[in-house]
Design a protein around this ligand. Structure first.
Ligand SMILES: C[S@@+](CC[C@H](N)C(=O)[O-])C[C@H]1O[C@@H](n2cnc3c(N)ncnc32)[C@H](O)[C@@H]1O
Length: 232
């Protein structure tokens, strides 16, 4: 996944973070504005908000548009990404106060247990082909959140996860035959996984978290919100 996303960053970072942008002339003003919209949805208009606005963490921060908006609300913002090339470009966009860190792709290194008020992730789980990796991130969210903290997560909840795996394999074959998408959006690292609600809830339970909010189930942009169980 690292080499795939490093390569996307070198090719056209903004486009691959938000493929609704124009490939040749991405509108960066609009790009940064969408970061604020994401945080409005994930935090300001969420069914539950963190008790304290101390530390916010983003899993898969890309160019940092979400971190930038979180920076207006939280004292300390940490963005993790698997791709160092993304973070190099993010450092040119976000202020020095935002802490950008490389992750191994399944954990939040350097964060103490019970030390974070918000963990957020947007358009990252949908690209991860291995559901166990998503599960490990959910476990990490449970580990680092303190009592009263919130995990706000977007994932691909469209039905048909088995069909999706088959489609992924078929598209990889087409790609190998040289007839795939010119921008590599038919690779497993982009197509990722569809995860049913019960499986996300099971991962949350293993992490000591409980879902407290759900928006638009059954969609590509389904959002969930969870908190540590029993106020822990
Ligand atoms: C579509 S971009 C979204 C970036 C950001 N969340 C946003 O909305 O602006 C996906 C990002 O997730 C990162 N990513 C992919 N797999 C990851 C993983 N396993 N762990 C951490 N980051 C990952 C990619 O490098 C990329 O920067």
């Amino acid at each position: 996944m690292r080499s795939y996303w490093d390569e996307r960053a070198r090719l056209n970072a903004a486009f691959f973070v938000d493929t609704s942008l124009d490939y040749d002339a991405p509108d960066m003003e609009r790009f940064l504005a969408t970061g604020r919209e994401i945080v409005r949805l994930a935090v300001d208009e969420a069914p539950v908000r963190p008790a304290v606005t101390g530390t916010a963490v983003e899993i898969g921060c890309g160019l940092g548009r979400v971190c930038l908006a979180l920076h207006e609300r939280f004292d300390h913002v940490i963005g993790y990404d698997i791709a160092p090339e993304m973070l190099t470009r993010a450092r040119q966009l976000v202020p020095g106060g935002v802490d950008l860190r490389v992750t191994d792709g399944e954990s939040l290194p350097g964060l103490a247990d019970d030390s974070v008020d918000l963990v957020v992730t947007f358009t990252v789980f949908q690209h991860i082909p291995d559901v166990d990796v998503i599960r490990r991130y959910v476990l990490e969210a449970g580990r680092v959140l303190r009592p009263g903290g919130v995990f706000a997560y977007q994932w691909n909840n469209t039905p048909g996860e088995r069909y999706w795996r088959a489609r992924r394999a078929a598209m990889a074959l087409v790609q190998r035959l040289g007839r795939g998408d010119a921008h590599g959006r038919d690779r497993p690292q982009f197509l990722g996984s569809r995860v049913p609600l019960w499986q996300m809830d099971e991962a949350l339970a293993q992490a000591g978290l409980q879902r407290v909010g759900l928006r638009e189930p059954g969609q590509l942009f389904t959002w969930g919100w969870a908190q540590p169980v029993g106020g822990r």
